[in-house]
Design a protein around this ligand. Structure first.
Ligand SMILES: O=C(O)CCC(=O)C(=O)O
Ligand SMILES: [Fe+2]
Length: 308
């Protein structure tokens, strides 16, 4: 199946495709050498005994556990905040807030500046359940967040590709029952599967090339397949942005912000927030180890039998 890709100098085509399909891919948006800097630093961290990160797929602080092929098992939540690993967090930030990414966000939202709410790093696919990001996070007014998926290597078909269900952003949107928590996550997960079964949405997988960036709408159903070839990593970043004129959904007030290395992209929290976050991650890691506490809200599809 062919994959439509656009270049940054096609704003009209990009807007139209995104409006119709709920996603759009920008070809070679990131320069390869800055990706290589990031990947080298990730390789170093795999052997660092003091390295602890927040796992995105299980929502607990964890140390890198490597697969037999040497890939980090868990995805990282907010790796750009890992201030105890300054070179790594800076290399990640440099890719996340790349000027081309900032430009495409503006093409899609019409706003000049954006706030990055969250970011993630994957060494391998964790196999992500089908979902609309809106349930977890969005802009206020909703539907205005834009998410981005960055291919950090040529992604193989059997590596557990990211997928979207094109056009699903124009269908039913499922919100969480309680603004304050995710207590209905299990109902939500099942409702999404039912929604897919009752619609004629198709799955479209993206074996993208290194440097490509895919942008998608907060109502677009997406996820990732499980890896079926342990020799293939799926090195990728994701980030979620909202236009700076808005605030995050469910937030009583606009949050404090600090500048990233790109003035067009702001990050949530004040300038010391990432340091506090890093410190808390270590504390929670130690506390969980002492209490023997496990994951709370699991995004891995292997934990749910009936996920496709
Ligand atoms: O890359 C993945 O496996 C899923 C990423 C995702 O769902 C997101 O960033 O919103
Ligand atoms: Fe998502």
């Amino acid at each position: 199946m062919s994959i439509a890709k656009f270049s940054v100098n096609q704003p009209k085509e990009i807007q139209q495709y995104y409006r119709e399909q709920g996603y759009v891919i920008i070809c070679k948006a990131l320069k390869l050498d800055k990706i290589d800097v990031l990947l080298d630093l990730v390789e170093q961290k795999k052997r660092d005994r003091l390295f602890v990160f927040n796992s995105q797929d299980t929502h607990i602080p964890t140390r890198p556990r490597l697969t037999e092929a040497g890939f980090i098992e868990n995805s990282m939540l907010n790796p750009a905040n890992l201030k105890f690993s300054p070179r790594l967090s800076r290399a990640i930030e440099s890719c996340l807030v790349d000027p081309t990414v900032a430009e495409i966000l503006s093409v899609l939202s019409g706003d000049r500046a954006h706030v990055m709410i969250q970011n993630m790093l994957f060494d391998k696919s964790t196999g992500t359940i089908e979902h609309q990001d809106h349930y977890y996070l969005d802009a206020d007014p909703p539907g205005n967040m834009v998410a981005a998926w960055y291919a950090l290597e040529n992604i193989q078909e059997d590596a557990g590709c990211f997928f979207v269900l094109p056009g699903s952003h124009r269908g039913r949107v499922i919100s969480r029952a309680n603004a304050k928590n995710f207590s209905d996550h299990e109902d939500y997960r099942k409702e999404i599967i039912t929604l897919i079964h009752n619609s004629d949405y198709q799955y479209k997988a993206f074996p993208l090339e290194k440097g490509d960036v895919l942008f998608w709408h907060p109502y677009t159903i997406h996820g990732a397949y499980k890896n079926t070839n342990p020799q293939h990593s799926r090195k990728s970043l994701t980030a979620h942005f909202y236009p700076a004129q808005y605030k995050p959904l469910y937030a009583a007030n606009a949050p404090k912000l600090h500048a990233s290395i790109n003035p067009r992209i702001l990050m949530t929290g004040d300038a010391i927030a990432p340091y506090v976050d890093s410190f808390k991650t270590y504390l929670r890691f130690v506390a969980n180890a002492l209490r023997g506490r496990g994951p709370e809200m699991v995004m891995r599809r292997e934990n749910y039998e009936e996920a496709a």
